[in-house]
Design a protein. Sequence first.
Length: 127
Amino acid sequence: MRYVISSDGESVSAHFGRCPQFTLVDVENGQVVNRQVIANPGHMPAFLPEYFDQQGAKCIVAGGMGQRAQMLFAEKGIQAVTGISGSVDDVVGKIAAGTLQGGANQCVPESGKGYGIDKQQCDHQGN
């Protein structure tokens, strides 16, 4: 199963669509069989759900994601797990172990605008 993790260096990004890169992880029978990091191909309306559907993604993992993006992923049968923070390595371990659990969506409308493209830090409280 292919997972896509919004990434900012070695950490999970609070913003799915505007993160600098994505970590793609393929897990089979509790084992990571492939892992790669790709640059964010762009933040345009409805682009990333189509793009990751074509990449075979079945689950998106992020700190936060807007409601529209969640709806578009759901329409493609791709699960969105939000409220995730910490290191990408820890998250990959939880995915492989089957213990990853989402939490409160960290996305606040408009707080990530320009993050990953024009800004180094988002406008979320505590970030």
